[in-house]
Every structure is written in structure tokens, then in C-alpha cells.
Design a protein around this ligand. Sequence first.
Ligand code: CTP
Ligand code: MG
Length: 390
Amino acid sequence: MGSTPSVAVVIVAAGSGSRLGHVRPKAFVPIEGRSILSWSIDSVRGMSEPCELVVVVPSDLVAEARATLEPLGVAAQVVAGGATRQLSVAAGLEALGEGVDVVLIHDAARAFTPPEVFDRVVAAVRETGGGVIPGLPVTDTVVAIEADGRVDGPVDRSRLSAVQTPQGFPMSVLREAHATAAADATDDTSVVRAAGHPVAIVPGDARSFKITTADDLVRAEDHIRRTTMAADVPALRTGIGVDVHAYDPAAPLWLAGLFWPDEPGLAGHSDGDAVAHAICDALLGAAGLGDIGSRFGTDDPALDGAHGDVFLTRTRALLAEAGYGVVNVSVQLIAATPRFAPRKAEADAALTALLGAPVSVSATTSDGLGFTGRAEGVQAIATALLTFQA
Ligand code: CTP
Ligand code: MG
């Protein structure tokens, strides 16, 4: 026998969902491509300790439920439920093996209960040795109604709690309480209290709302869209970089990572590759990591005469270290010479290989205007898109 008490979760999903009014039993109604039952399993998968899982479904849907659970990679028993929730809970308890110390009963209809609520209930059952229910304060004003329909003033809200699931119990307590329970108690708490055991309350969670009516389905869809958007779409960041170099006819020309024989070169501490430098600035700027001047000082002898590949490779490493991935880079060169188009594909390929992400370079002249028009120098403007994964 291990010393860690083991936990079991029974998910009751055998109801018909009469108030939902869907053609299928409630737990099998799809929301955004997955059944309510399937969504509810995510909470159990997120628990901080492993547990034995039993899923209780309508008797004619046992095979379908097994097929639903299989791709989720959870080991679960699927059993047939009964005509009432209490009978379905009893069927789930019966399926549990020996050695379970704490059992949680959860409604599949509360499909988005955060795993923390399950952990909280388990911890409180262990601490108190009694039953534990999650609940939320009641925010509406609640009034009592007399038998003749007259309103009998407000009920003290501070004494009220709206109860959710999972409800947790020491296994022996729930088994015994069910064995002696009246035929139809609405929930397990009443069963346990009727058998004379204490029940404590821990904070529930608004996300644990129960899908009961068609309106709740809309709420569920909204909930999924909001949470999956936040989780799946990485943060995107854009950056811009501009670089200018004057021509130096005595220097060899290096541009867009390529050597251009027989073309006037560019002046600069490095090789004057304005395209490569503009890309570095766009990338560093998007990541908030400064710029090429502050990152790669002119006093670094390793960068004296360095070609674009050195700056791009170093920039890529800085981004990766900080958790950024490059989505793409677009650059435009504004220059009277060289004629860029014949080597565009070669430049794109070289830069794409250096960054491990698509780089596209285009070129234009400035119609005789400005320093580029007068062929005093070249200018490059780059934009970069990055993803950030924390
Ligand atoms: N449940 C069950 N077996 C039953 C009745 C209910 O397992 N015979 C389960 C439901 O599947 C649900 C949970 O108990 O996950 C809470 O019940 P409720 O929300 O009332 O669901 P339904 O009974 O299916 O809905 P309705 O009352 O509208 O028919
Ligand atoms: Mg019901």
C-alpha cells in the first residue's frame, strides 16, 4: 500500500438535458467541435495528482462515450447511469476499485471547471475529513415566497452560497451515505448530511457555471472562443529598420548578403550592407532589444569589415534567447545601382537561410530625387514580424 491517499473522480453525464432542448443528451451536445463530456475531461486532466476516473453516461451511449474519450488519452471506465442523478452517482461509485480514499463527484454539465477547483476540493477533504463543496456567494437579492405567492422579504444573502461541483468526500463516508440514502436526494451533500456527516465549503469559480439552457450554450461558446484565443495565438510584434550607406567606389560591394563584383561599393565600419543592417534593426526593434548600433558596437574588432551574415546570425541568436521567433521579413532597397532584380531570388534565398524565416527583398530607384537619386548612397527599409512565446 502506498502512503499517498488515492483520488477518484466520477463524472456524471447520464442526464437527458430536457431543459437544454437539444436532440442529443446534454453531455453529447457539441460545442465548438467537441462534446460537453469531452470538454469536461480537460479539468480532470489538469489536476495536479493522478486520479481514477469513471464516466457515467446513458446506457445506450456507453460505446460512443468510450470512442469520445479514447483520443483524449485518458484511462477512464465508462458505465451506464440511472434514471436520477443519485442513481447515476451510485453506478459510478460501484465501478470504483478498492484503495480510493477521496472521491469527487462532478457534473459533466459544468464543462469548464478549472482544475484548481478539483485540487482545492481534494485538499479540503483531506484536511477536514468530511464532505467539501465549492460555492460562490449569491449576488442577487433573494426573497422567500409564501405558500400563497406573496413575497416574504429578503433572505440574508451572507448566509447563502450557490453550490457547484466537484463535490468531494472521504470514500467511506459517501459509500455509507449512499447505501442509506432516501430515494431521491438532489445532490450528494444532502445525502451525506442526512447520514450525519459535516460538509464544508471552499471557493468555487465563475467558469464552473452549469450548462442548463440554450442560453448557457451561447455562454459556453463565448467562453471557449475567449480562452482558446488567449492560449493559442502567440503575441505578435512588428518592427521597422532603416539604414543608409554612402557609395565608396574603391570598396567591394556587399549587399543583401551577396558579393556584387564590378559594382561601386558602400562605405562603413562593416561592409556597408544597408539591406542586412535594416533587417537587423527591424528584428531588434520588434523584440525591444535595441538596435544594431547599441548591440554590435563599432569597437568590436570581430565586426570590423564583417559581412551581413555575421550581424544577421547574431541577431537571430539574440531573438531566440529572448523567446522570439521570426515570422517574416520584408525589405525594400532604394538605390540607383546595382540593378537588383536579376539577383533578387538569390538574395531572398541567402537571407531566408540566415534567418530561418521568409525574407523578401524588393528594390526601387527614387526617380532621380534625393541622395539615392543623385547616386550618393543607398537606403534600405525593412519590416519584421515576430512571435513571442513566454
Ligand atoms: N445526470 C446523470 N444522470 C441522471 C440525471 C443527471 O448523470 N439521471 C447528470 C447530468 O448528466 C449532469 C448532472 O447530472 O451532468 C447535472 O444534472 P442536470 O444539469 O440537471 O442535467 P440533466 O438532468 O441532463 O438536465 P435536465 O435536468 O435539464 O434534464
Ligand atoms: Mg436534471
